[in-house]
Design a binder for this molecule. Structure first.
Ligand SMILES: C[S@@+](CC[C@H](N)C(=O)[O-])C[C@H]1O[C@@H](n2cnc3c(N)ncnc32)[C@H](O)[C@@H]1O
Length: 195
């Protein structure tokens, strides 16, 4: 079976529209087969957004692995941020573009394998990272984020305790000032501030 992050044009289309409230605001998101969490907003993503949007954070934001776009679109709609969204998966890019229009936000969305098409630096990199790609790729995403952060910039990510949240947070201490912002039903929200 193909993973959601692999490009698979043969996968039958199954577009679905979901109405979602984030911080009391209404969003509608199209999802499709071959895209992460096609049944609607993932609980880990919601927990990450709730924590990130708790305070008035804004700036240049990179949504790494945007999928159908909930993180970047919500941050763009609810803060004064300038948002860039990337994903390796073409169908995800297509859905994210459709959802940006659907939710009336102006964001930059582009295809990128890891950081290969990223030329800027950001105040925040926010991600529900791909876990099934394996630890080496996960750590590549998390550790290399520091090269795309401005001074004082922060990487925010969500990871479940069963996916190694505690170990990952500890391992990131080599590269960042790490804080576990909150936990909900086993999902850890981890903030890594550039040293
Ligand atoms: C767990 S999903 C999160 C999707 C979306 N942000 C959400 O919260 O619903 C991780 C995303 O990372 C993308 N991804 C996987 N490997 C990647 C890579 N090497 N470069 C960029 N994106 C990648 C996948 O296609 C997928 O959309």
């Amino acid at each position: 079976m193909a993973h959601y992050f692999e490009n698979d044009d043969t996968l039958r289309r199954n577009e679905m529209k979901h109405l979602v409230q984030i911080k009391g605001h209404d969003f509608s998101f199209w999802t499709d087969s071959g895209v992460f969490s096609k049944k609607g907003l993932d609980f880990g993503t919601r927990t990450l957004l709730d924590a990130f949007l708790e305070e008035n954070r804004s700036g240049n934001v990179l949504d790494f692995g945007c999928g159908y776009g909930p993180i970047g679109i919500a941050i763009s709609a609810l803060t004064d941020s300038i948002v860039t969204m990337i994903d390796i998966n073409q169908r995800s890019i297509e859905m994210a573009k459709k959802n940006a229009i659907q939710n009336n936000v102006s964001v930059t969305i582009k295809e990128s394998n890891f950081y290969e098409n990223i030329e800027s630096t950001y105040d925040y990199i926010v991600t529900n990272p791909p876990i099934r790609v394996g630890k080496e790729s996960l750590y590549h995403i998390l550790i290399n984020a520091k090269d795309y952060l401005n001074d004082g910039g922060e990487l925010w990510f969500v990871i479940h305790k069963d996916q190694g949240a505690k170990t990952t947070a500890r391992d990131m201490e080599t590269y960042y000032h790490v804080e576990i912002v909150t936990k909900n039903k086993g999902f850890y929200i981890i903030r890594c501030k550039k040293k």
